[in-house]
Design a protein around this ligand. Structure first.
Ligand SMILES: [Zn+2]
Length: 415
């Protein structure tokens, strides 16, 4: 076995010959002079041999996966243009990399897989490139792979907002709730953002196919769904409603805290998280503390009881029973004379039908919430993203509707 063949076998290089090699010891670089099998000159579209029209004097260089501390580069002097019988003048097909890429397919695959698993900083270190270069390459690769990808079979959608860049900026994320993946990300959280999704990504037919839609109580999202999807039943997200009620209860607690004397405050300490807790997660000790409030602070106790009663609403099976129960609850809540709770009731009243549909559909943004958690992990791992572009790349890479690493040809999927 010749040395060059040995190197080719060792590095598992496919679709090429190694002509020669040299080491740059000081920079820890291994350079391999390569050429495609069968002397190349293949048309990238029909893979037929063509005649060389123009050759490049300068060699081109591609970065490959580093091994054992050596950065590896492939060098080749490709013909600039060849003449294909069918496609006329075209650039020669490079079997190990995309036409304009500076990195090999293998490197792309490694980069995608590493970025799914770890922060970009760590991936950059493993791959021997600066982090900024890695983000650039990642963006280029993901854009190329997702280019021409279309949304398919969308039946249930979920719309939610996420913050990036330290809570200053918002993006709208659209989920496919059946397949639990992200299909679209756009800047901003207003009506024009979500309109952009419906206008540009979906055809008229696709919009009619949407049966269920779930979102929070934001008027922008509700309005857009009602306008664009005539057949969609709108369900308000259960978690957002529970959150709104929790906030109302907390408002009552804060009011009482402000009015309380120093002595009374002692008994109100540590209540905040206790009140937020769902009744099924409560320990006996928690219940004892809350029951003691009946004598201690009547208003907080009242708010808490109302919150507990409202939780039962989600367990109903029949819509009519759920509606009756909700109406009864609203009457009691309005009588409570707790201003934050009454405000919550007014909101609920406005969206009554959209909440009842939950009982029918059992559709929640739970899927979306789960995905949101993954997105948050990605965000925290990178300690925030400065641009939405980089954030979008990572969202599509981790929870997108297209498995991006799987789009790289199989024979280049070796790390
Ligand atoms: Zn051709």
């Amino acid at each position: 076995m010749t040395v060059t063949k040995f190197i080719r076998k060792l590095l598992n290089l496919k679709g090429l010959f190694v002509n020669s090699y040299h080491f740059k010891i000081r920079d820890r670089i291994l350079i391999l002079w390569v050429k495609p099998y069968k002397n190349g000159c293949l048309c990238p579209y029909c893979k037929r041999r063509g005649r060389i029209v123009r050759t490049l004097d300068e060699p081109r260089q591609w970065r490959d996966i580093p091994i054992c501390g050596w950065s590896v580069f492939l060098r080749y002097c490709p013909p600039r243009e060849i003449l294909c019988p069918t496609h006329s003048r075209v650039q020669e097909d490079i079997p190990w990399a995309d036409t304009y890429a500076r990195i090999t397919y293998r490197f792309e695959y490694a980069m995608l897989v590493y970025c799914q698993l770890m922060p970009q900083k760590a991936a950059a270190r493993i791959l021997h490139i600066p982090k900024s270069t890695l983000s650039d390459q990642l963006h280029r690769t993901i854009t190329r792979i997702r280019d021409g990808h279309r949304i398919r079979g969308l039946k249930s959608i979920g719309i939610d907002e996420i913050s990036y860049c330290k809570r200053h900026k918002y993006a709208t994320v659209v989920y496919d709730l059946d397949r639990s993946c992200v299909v679209w990300v756009g800047q901003g959280k207003g009506r024009e953002t979500i309109d952009e999704f419906f206008n540009e990504m979906l055809s008229k037919y696709q919009k009619r196919q949407i049966n269920w839609a779930s979102c929070d109580m934001s008027q922008a999202y509700i309005g857009a769904i009602e306008y664009h999807c005539p057949n969609a039943k709108l369900v308000l997200d259960r978690f957002h409603i529970a959150k709104a009620l929790n906030e109302a209860v907390d408002e009552v607690r804060k009011e009482q805290w402000r009015e309380a004397s120093a002595d009374e405050r002692k008994s109100l300490k540590g209540l905040r998280w206790l009140l937020f807790r769902h009744s099924s997660n409560r320990s006996k000790k928690d219940s004892r503390i809350l029951n003691a409030l009946r004598k201690g602070n009547h208003r907080i106790h009242r708010a808490w009881v109302l919150k507990d009663e409202f939780e039962q609403f989600w367990d109903y099976q029949a819509p009519w029973a759920a509606k009756r129960s909700l109406k009864r609850w609203m009457t009691t809540a309005l009588k409570s004379r707790l201003e934050p709770i009454r405000k919550f009731v007014k909101t609920i009243k406005k969206h009554m039908n959209r909440i009842i549909t939950f009982i029918e559909s059992r559709l929640t943004n739970a899927v979306a919430e789960g995905l949101n958690r993954i997105i948050k992990i990605v965000k925290n791992r990178a300690s925030g993203f400065r641009s939405l572009l980089a954030f979008t790349d990572m969202i599509f890479l981790t929870v997108g509707d297209l498995d991006i690493p799987a789009q790289i040809p199989v024979k280049f999927r070796a790390i």
